[in-house]
Design a protein around this ligand. Sequence first.
Ligand SMILES: Nc1ncnc2c1ncn2[C@@H]1O[C@H](COP(=O)(O)OP(=O)(O)O)[C@@H](O)[C@H]1O
Ligand SMILES: [Mg+2]
Length: 255
Amino acid sequence: MITLAITSQKGGVGKTTVAINLAHAFARSGRRTLLVDSDPQGSVGLSLTRQSRHLTGFYDLLTDPSLRAESIIVPTRLETLSLVASGHSSAYELGGGAMGAHLHRVRSFLKETEELGFDICIIDTAAGLFGATADILSSSTGVLVPQQAEPLGVRSVPKMLEALARMRVVNPSLQVLGVVMTMVQQHLAESLEAAEALRTILPPEMVMRAVIPRDDLFIKASAKGLPVGVMDEGAGALAVFDGLRAELEGKINFQ
Ligand SMILES: Nc1ncnc2c1ncn2[C@@H]1O[C@H](COP(=O)(O)OP(=O)(O)O)[C@@H](O)[C@H]1O
Ligand SMILES: [Mg+2]
């Protein structure tokens, strides 16, 4: 099973949107896909299932050794797509989120999901590389970094990629897949310049060719609890995320 973490230094850059829509694209292509919400704020769950606040989820599993992956996986209308909500994180927060604290639980969760037959597990994370996110990265096969196309944000990206490269000391099989630019505004010079700047400062293979445009449909979709691809006017967004999926398939070594 491929485990793909969606991570960034800052919040609000489009991680959750990328995670949901990319998971949908993988599932539509026939891969048995599990989308895991590891953000204690629980945004994947919030946008995809109304009751997710009450669902037992990822953080419950981290803190309760008797919980099995199977019991927290929720099916969706799409047969190849399942979800894990973030669950109740207060016990986790009380227990401290020091790096390594939950490595064993994260790994056994991933092992169990692999045994359940999933091809890919996409993990949406909270901003930053601390706590559970560090343990997830220590156990992942790949990491993708969404970055909003705005001038100030772009400058911090090389440092983020360096920090991720250092994670490879702990996890040599972690592949830094690169940066995907989000909320790109084709009619705004600053947005295009930021996108251009990123391509200048990073090695070409570190910037995904697919770019996610800014589109109100993403906000409408998350309000409805849907991936944007299932919306009436969602064909364009569906194609963008399918392009990103295909690009990632070219980089990731699926068995
Ligand atoms: N491509 C986009 N176009 C328009 N709005 C977007 C886009 N991507 C994300 N958003 C909106 O921006 C906000 C932050 O996105 P989100 O995916 O939750 O970021 P993160 O998970 O990094 O905090 C949300 O309200 C989301 O609906
Ligand atoms: Mg989020």
